[in-house]
Design a binder for this molecule. Structure first.
Ligand code: BEZ
Length: 208
């Protein structure tokens, strides 16, 4: 079954490179980035997991934990980890789920048979502290993901949760934001700084 924004992220127990976990208990009240990769010992995946390890401090600043999934067995994950560390320049510092029975992959609809086999595609789920799915992305096997974008969307989700705002195209933290369409310009001027009405439906403000 496909997962939609706002759905509760399915819980699971699984063997990972950090031992057995219960996903919701492991995540607790953090944000989580749950992402699948097609297979161990493959080039694009090696760069992606290395990049994830390198971003640990950025994720931690945002109360965010990363966790990877593939259908390969735990013995392969452990054997592959030194390669990821060598390529990424930092040891793997997040759990990699072994999902040979496809319990997690099927719960999150990570297998797309049209992609040629029964391995997982490059799915991403950003999950909030209440276990709600807040963002999904699906990339084909041939295209590595932009992990800076994952950090940016966590920033945007946290900013838009904290104030009645939305973020414009290509927004980066500190850039001007958009006043929520649900808020009047008069109310926005009470709540936000430097409100500027470009159109009745497009009002800019400083990021609170
Ligand atoms: C890769 O990670 O390099 C990869 C994995 C599966 C298919 C194609 C590429």
């Amino acid at each position: 079954m496909s997962i939609r924004l706002g759905d509760e992220a399915p819980n699971f127990t699984a063997i990972t490179t950090d031992g057995e976990i219960d996903f919701h208990a492991w995540k607790a009240d953090s944000w989580a980035i749950l992402f699948s990769h097609p297979a161990d010992f493959t080039p694009v995946c090696t760069t992606e997991l290395g990049r994830t390890a390198a971003l640990k401090d950025e994720f931690a600043k945002r109360n965010t934990k990363a966790i990877a999934v593939s259908v390969d067995p735990i013995v392969d994950h452990h054997a592959w980890a030194p390669d990821i560390a060598e390529v990424g320049g930092i040891p793997v510092n997040f759990p990699i789920v072994a999902d040979p029975d496809r319990v997690v992959s099927e719960a999150y609809d990570m297998i797309h048979p049209g992609e040629g086999d029964t391995s997982t595609v490059r799915s991403v789920f950003v999950i909030d502290p209440n276990n709600k799915v807040r963002l999904t992305l699906t990339y084909p096997k041939s295209v590595g993901r932009n992990f800076d974008e994952l950090v940016r969307v966590v920033d945007a989700l946290q900013a838009t949760d904290a104030a009645p705002i939305a973020t414009p195209a290509d927004w980066r933290p500190g850039d001007r934001v958009i006043v929520s369409p649900a808020m009047s310009t008069a109310d926005a001027r009470q709540r936000l700084q430097n409100v500027e009405e470009i159109k009745p439906y497009l009002r800019w403000a400083d990021q609170p």
